[in-house]
Design a protein around this ligand. Structure first.
Ligand SMILES: [Zn+2]
Ligand SMILES: [Zn+2]
Length: 261
């Protein structure tokens, strides 16, 4: 299984996951033009994409879903609640029909299972993607990690994990008080400290790769997120590069397509 983060953060999210000759997108919050430009830049073949799995109805995750479905003839795997909540602004008409969203769906060698996370959308999920060899979990846009979500992530080889903000930067920053409360709350976004706590537990459970994601442009920097997580790991006697590989997903730059090992 291979992964490429095409965009990550409140200005748009899209992750490409490939196994064999088929691929899925997790969310599509970019314009089609921007997505195609980034994909071409790192040599991705978007023609391999068979499905877009949508985590929730916020603009930064859903804006470009229908345009992609129209052009590439694929369906969106989205919960009925998110789909209904998005209808006024982002009507998704190419919806994969399933007997029950929560049971997941197969795409080639991959099986995609949603799991519930706490966030202030109508319904928000992370995704577990297994291809019989490796397992990836994605968990961005969540206020905290429930025991069930943590258990699922701990069984993965790689986790795309939210590391949204530095608590101090958020507190001292320019956001209105209500927004600060929302972001830091239980239905908001994971801080770097939260990602560090969760990250340590995941590595101790056997996770070999953590990609820090959905970093705030205003209340975080890639170096701050990375250093917070890696310092916590070092304190727990976890060596970055040996026990785990920690990367950061960027907002404006795609990553390379890399194998999950
Ligand atoms: Zn988001
Ligand atoms: Zn959101």
């Amino acid at each position: 299984m291979k992964i490429c983060t095409l965009s990550s953060g409140s200005k748009g999210n899209c992750t490409y996951v490939e196994s064999g000759d088929q691929a899925v997108l997790i969310d599509q919050g970019l314009s089609l033009r921007e997505l195609e430009k980034r994909a071409a830049g790192v040599g991705l073949d978007l023609g391999k994409v068979r499905l877009i799995a949508v985590t929730h109805e916020h603009t930064d995750h859903i804006k470009g879903v229908q345009a992609f479905c129209d052009k590439y003839g694929v369906k969106a795997f989205i919960s009925p609640i998110s789909c209904a909540a998005a209808y006024q602004k982002y009507a998704i008409t190419s919806v994969l029909e399933t007997s029950a969203f929560d049971l997941g769906t197969a795409v080639g060698d991959m099986y995609i299972t949603p799991f519930r996370v706490h966030h202030d959308a109508a319904y928000t999920v992370g995704f577990q993607i297994e291809d019989g060899k490796k397992t990836l979990c994605t968990a961005t846009d969540l206020g905290y990690v429930t025991a069930a979500a943590g258990k699922r992530m701990s069984r993965a080889d790689a986790v795309l994990l939210e590391s949204n903000h530095d608590k101090q930067m958020l507190q001292n920053g320019k956001y209105p008080y209500s927004l600060k409360v929302r972001i830091a709350g239980k239905e908001g976004h994971l801080s770097n400290d939260d990602a560090a706590d969760v990250g340590v537990k995941l590595v101790q459970a056997g996770v070999k790769r953590i990609i820090l994601a959905h970093l705030s442009q205003d209340n975080n920097t890639p170096a701050t997120a990375y250093n917070t997580v890696v310092s916590a790991m070092t304190a727990a006697h976890i060596t970055q590069g040996r026990d785990v590989k920690v990367d950061v997903a960027f907002q404006f730059e795609p990553s390379l397509l890399t194998e999950i090992v």
